[in-house]
Design a protein around this ligand. Sequence first.
Ligand code: UDP
Ligand code: MG
Length: 161
Amino acid sequence: MTQPVLERTLVMLKPDAVARGLVGRILQRFEEKGLKLVGLKMARLDESLVRRQYALHQEKYFYEPLVRYMSSGPVVLAVLEGKGAIAVVRGLMGPTFGPDAPPGTIRGDFGMSKRFNLVHGSDSPQAAAQEIALFFAPSELQDYDAAAFNWTYDTSTGEIV
Ligand code: UDP
Ligand code: MG
């Protein structure tokens, strides 16, 4: 199956990002890159949801602390759209651990911890589809014209370049 030209990805600003007052600055990174915001909300994830979301880490030593971390306070959930959005978002986030992440990335600029790392982004088209469906009803995803679209990409050839 061919992937759509514009991808959507789920971003979560984790409880440390909310508690540290970094929501606006982190969302700004994504907006100023040219990603289009199509969904946004605040939520408190209950433990069973976190357990499901991170089920693939179940056997890891950090699973229980990770579950505690992710259910310890509210998060902000966003759906972002753009060409190659999944990889672009992961690039802006940086490697998993803030102390190792290069300056210029979100984790590199704002994080000191090898657990509290501010942000989650879907890591594949399958994960993105599943995570978006988990947190957003279709009616919560907004369809609108981003005014800068034709200056974010070259659309003059009929393609989005
Ligand atoms: N994590 C941790 N210790 C580790 C690895 C990961 O506490 O050794 C946490 C960290 O918050 C990370 C999350 O578990 O974001 C999920 O891990 P993953 O390897 O999927 O990293 P990510 O995709 O978030 O970069
Ligand atoms: Mg991951």
